[in-house]
Design a binder for this molecule. Structure first.
Ligand SMILES: Nc1ncnc2c1ncn2[C@@H]1O[C@H](COP(=O)(O)OP(=O)(O)OP(=O)(O)O)[C@@H](O)[C@H]1O
Length: 278
């Protein structure tokens, strides 16, 4: 677990230093094709099939959420797409290129706050571009843009410990976006937030997604969050981790809190709830 945390904290560093990763901004597509993916965790004594036969295509600029019971392999799948874990079978491609490790064209946001405590908010956002050798002036422009996007301009010089959980996650999103990734991979980013902050963060994320035009692959335990945010909800089952069913979310493109009352929202919530009970 500790090792995973360390990897998460250093994701940016690995991504920025990755060899052969396409310049994140080039073309800005972001289609992910997962084909026949399998993952086995094997040690001397044990062999555990965590994922089997995963086929999933996520279109460029699509917002897809994965839900599923605890332990069904959601994080494992996301970490493989991020290049933090190896797959055992099959392939993951981003715009045709096989994923073989972390890359700047994929930004990650985790549930745990992975900001650098010794850097200010602005410096955290500029971290990836700095590693890539982006000039000071350009970095300043990037961080100013994203401070505005996440509405934290007033906190540019604050340190993470001075921020609330929601604010920290906003900075984590800005930090991931500062690399101009094609894809944003989000592992329960709002899981630790209180209910009200969570709603605000969901709205902000949709705003960001519309503005920045990235593909989003998002993991959550929260069915309502999945429906509210995404254009497609993928349900996974366990033993081995696999895709049970995918649902198109037939709601207005403009998501306001009122969509939660619509019959289409409520019936999908019921359907997903029933599927996840089994
Ligand atoms: N490094 C590892 N070695 C062995 N088994 C592992 C390892 N990492 C994860 N697993 C196992 O793989 C399975 C899937 O774990 P994963 O964390 O991907 O599930 P999840 O769906 O994200 O769970 P949760 O919703 O609780 O976060 C679990 O049974 C877990 O114990």
């Amino acid at each position: 677990m500790e090792a995973a945390k360390k990897q998460e904290a250093l994701y940016e560093e690995k991504a920025a230093g990755s060899i052969g990763s396409a310049p994140a901004e080039a073309g800005r597509q972001g289609e992910i094709v997962i084909a026949g993916l399998g993952k086995v965790y094997a040690s001397k004594k044990n062999r555990f099939e965590a994922l089997a036969g995963i086929d999933l295509t996520i279109g460029a600029n699509e917002f897809v959420t994965i839900v599923g019971p605890s332990g069904c392999g959601k994080s494992t799948l996301l970490r493989i797409v991020a290049g933090l874990d190896d797959l055992t079978e099959g392939s993951v491609r981003l715009d045709g290129d096989e994923v073989v490790g972390p890359g700047a064209e994929r930004g990650m946001v985790f549930q745990g706050y992975t900001l650098f405590p010794w850097l200010t908010v602005r410096e955290n956002i500029e971290y990836g571009p700095k590693l890539k050798g982006v000039s000071t002036l350009e970095r300043r422009a990037i961080s100013s843009h994203f401070l505005k996007v996440i509405r934290l301009e007033q906190f540019a010089n604050a340190y993470p410990k001075q921020l609330s959980g929601g604010m920290k996650q906003r900075v984590a999103i800005a930090r991931a976006l500062a690399n101009r990734p094609k894809v944003l991979l989000m592992d329960e980013p709002f899981g630790a937030l209180d209910a009200q902050t969570k709603l605000e963060m969901q709205e902000m994320l949709l705003e960001v997604w519309e503005k920045e035009k990235t593909t989003v692959l998002f993991i959550t335990h929260d069915i309502e969050e999945a429906i509210f945010l995404s254009r497609r909800v993928v349900v996974m089952g366990a033993n081995p981790g696999r895709i049970l069913k995918a649902f198109d979310v037939k709601l207005p493109a403009q998501r306001t809190q009122e969509v939660r009352e619509l019959p289409a929202f409520l019936s999908l919530k019921r359907e997903l709830g029933a599927l996840l009970k089994h």
